[in-house]
Design a protein around this ligand. Structure first.
Ligand code: COA
Ligand code: AMP
Length: 634
């Protein structure tokens, strides 16, 4: 594959030639002659004259080329105490029949299929069946509430909604069907059909005419073949948090995704066909799309689907048990999972109980990896531990240690260097490049490589204004950081109101909208404060309407419930303080960053623009009552 520097330079000098070369490594029904088309920038397209099907690349090709009997999916579910293996031939059979079932419900090329499912193989079947028909899937994470599901239904207007009767969390069953019914009720778009996978843990009541039982439907369905689509046709829409309550529907095209993910499986993760790859994430997140489903299957690997947690299912040795039992070569998860393991097993004693001889490397992403966690994992595992940085928008790594090209020395706190295809720069507020070592906005020079987002669903103006307007000619990542003298990138913080809770991306703006909708709340702010386990946790500060004489703690608990019901348990919103005033600038802007520094006990300066410095003392007292901010002084 060449070493890092030559590969990076090749991709930089002539992106079209570089990626057309990589495109030869995947299966097209019409091979492309065009690389990138920048004529409508920033709506750049890749391989515009090519035709392809993603499901064909994931399944049919491998079945026809010697992998029919190889495991495609190994499902390991400690929460239901079950395991299952599906070979490539079995998975293809299930996918082509489920695609037939969807087709019988009227799904065709370009239609949307919304998938609201836990970590079961049928979720992958639904995704690939959608891709097989040239339809556009949109997976919604199971930890989101009915309201969030309804927003996604209205934005993506699906023809079919595929769900399971329940998800299984270690401490409870999450019944999906009532959430689904509620979401369909709230949404303006009326979904004509749902398909429900009845799990044995709970049987959902069905609505005649609208709800179809998965098994019954598949039994009467005939298998269908892949529908070739334009390379530029959307493969999926994945909603992610922006700065407002309206999530952004990230659109990923088909050809670019197949080429980039296949290439990354070797270049970034150094995996070969036949290897076992485990992304311990969820299919509802981008990591799940790229590296539970598509990447490993494009590469002819076995993908591991784990329905469990790093701790408590049953203990902090769960990851090592899975690695040994299924001979995992590469594990990819979020640093928070390792913080959870370390908390339970600080000495890493459980690691020694398992044979990890097949395990080659650990990749971490989803949030900044604190050096402590990285060093702990390195010491305990005695394997390369690789932090890499990416986003829902990019779909694959912007910066990484590309182990399939060349293993570079690790610097704790850095996701290493830009991956070939990404030309990273750091700009100041006026758009000028900063000196090496100086913090600024992390931006990627256009064109972005294939497999990154091509638009926002129903929101091309927002696509342009959110990502490409502030720094013309660049993609604005929304992260701040720096590049050191050795060319290593350091990603330090978001520049917007997005926070990262246990590797899950959430919007403080969306939570503020929920708090503000409470009848007793006059004004509010939500901050992402530092947390030892989850990286960040949301914390709400509210001012009540004058004249409100209700008990503060009662209102606080209503607010916690309200966020859980409107956004979902995954927001982990549990702390609220009622305050008399919020600190503001003279122009009325709430000083969230200053409050966050006080909560996190880091150094801060009195903002010159503050209207009344005394407010900060009140805030400090309120935060201290919640267990934050004790050691700072104003
Ligand atoms: N469906 C329904 N509810 C879900 C859910 C799902 N798929 N996933 C999580 N939830 C719920 C949990 O039950 C929990 O609810 P609770 O408030 O009733 O306890 C809440 O959402 C928060 O869940 P989670 O983020 O998993 O936190 P946790 O406290 O249960 O566990 C960790 C902490 C660190 C073990 C956990 O966050 C973890 O495994 N993180 C790994 C990170 C990861 O996978 N990141 C993905 C990006 S790579
Ligand atoms: P998501 O879109 O959910 O994948 O979240 C993307 C955001 O998570 C990025 O914009 C970063 O803020 C953060 N992030 C992901 N990976 C890393 C990393 N390796 N280091 C620092 N931040 C990261």
């Amino acid at each position: 594959m060449g070493n890092y520097r030559t590969t990076y330079d090749d991709a930089r000098q002539d992106p079209s030639a570089f990626w057309l070369k990589q495109a030869k490594d995947v299966q097209w029904s019409t091979p492309p002659s065009q690389g990138v088309d920048t004529s409508r920038s920033p709506f750049d397209t890749w391989f515009a004259d090519g035709e392809i099907n993603a499901c064909y690349n994931a399944l049919d090709y491998h079945v026809a080329n010697g992998r029919a009997e190889q495991a495609a999916i190994v499902y390991d579910s400690p929460v239901t105490n079950s395991k299952r293996t599906l070979s490539y031939a079995e998975l293809l059979d299930q996918v082509s029949h489920f695609a037939g079932a969807l087709k019988a419900l009227g799904v065709g090329r370009g239609d949307r299929v919304l998938i609201y499912m836990p970590m079961v193989p049928e979720a992958v079947v639904a995704v690939l069946a959608s891709a097989r028909l040239g339809a556009v899937h949109s997976v919604v994470f199971g930890g989101f509430a009915a309201k969030e599901l309804a927003v996604r239904i209205d934005d993506s207007t699906p023809s079919v909604l595929v769900a399971a009767s329940c998800g299984v969390e270690p401490n409870r069953l999450v019944e999906y069907k009532p959430l689904l019914d509620q979401a369909i009720e709230i949404a303006t778009h009326k979904v004509p059909h749902t398909v429900v996978l009845q799990r044995e843990q709970c049987t959902a009541p069905m609505i005649d005419g609208r709800d179809h039982d998965w098994n019954a439907l598949v039994k009467s369905a005939s298998a269908v073949e892949c529908v070739p689509v334009a390379s530029t046709d959307p493969l999926y829409v994945l909603y992610t948090s922006g700065t407002t309550g309206q999530p952004k529907g990230v659109v990923r095209d088909t050809g670019g995704s197949v080429v980039s993910l296949k290439w990354s499986m070797k270049a970034v993760y150094d995996t070969d066909p036949g290897d076992v790859f485990w992304a311990a994430s969820d299919i509802g997140w981008v990591v799940g799309h790229s590296y539970i489903i598509y990447g490993p299957l494009f590469q002819g690997c076995t993908t591991l689907m784990y329905e469990g947690k790093p701790v408590g299912t049953p203990d902090a040795g769960a990851f090592w048990r899975v690695i040994e039992e299924h001979q995992v070569k590469v594990l990819f998860t979020a640093p928070t999972a390792f913080r959870a393991i370390r908390k339970e097993d600080p000495e890493g004693k459980l690691i020694k109980d398992y044979d990890l001889s097949k395990f080659k490397a650990l990749f971490l992403a989803g949030e900044r990896c604190d050096p402590d966690t990285l060093i702990w994992a390195q010491e305990k595992l005695q394997r390369p531990v690789i932090d890499h940085w990416w986003q829902t928008e990019t779909g694959w790594a912007i910066c990484a240690n590309c182990t399939g090209l060349e293993v570079m020395p690790v610097k704790a706190g850095s996701p290493t260097v830009p991956v070939p295809g990404y030309h990273l720069d750091v700009l100041d507020d006026s758009g000028d490049p900063v000196e090496r070592g100086q913090i600024g906005s992390l931006v990627v020079k256009l064109p972005l490589p294939p497999g990154t987002f091509s638009n926002l669903w129903n929101a091309p103006d927002r696509y342009q204004s959110s990502y490409f307007e502030r720094f013309p000619g660049y993609y604005e990542t929304g992260d701040a950081g720096y590049i050191d003298d050795g060319g290593y990138a350091f990603v330090m913080a978001r520049t917007d109101d997005v926070i990262n809770v246990a590797g899950h991306r959430l919007s403080t703006g969306a939570m503020e909208e929920v708090l503000a909708s409470h009848p007793d709340v006059a004004e509010c702010a939500v901050l992402g404060v530092a947390d030892d386990l989850k990286g960040q946790l949301p914390l709400g500060l509210v001012i009540l309407n004058s004249g409100c004489e209700r008990d503060n703690s009662e209102i606080a608990s209503e607010l916690v419930t309200r966020v859980r019901e409107h956004i979902g348990p995954v927001a982990a919103f549990k702390s609220v303080a009622v305050v008399a005033r919020l600190p503001k600038t003279r122009s009325g802007k709430i000083l969230r960053a200053t409050m966050r520094s006080i909560a996190d006990r880091v150094e801060w300066k009195m903002p010159a623009t503050i209207e009344d410095p005394a407010v900060l003392e009140e805030i400090q007292t309120a935060l201290a009552e919640l267990g934050y901010a004790k050691e700072t002084s104003v």
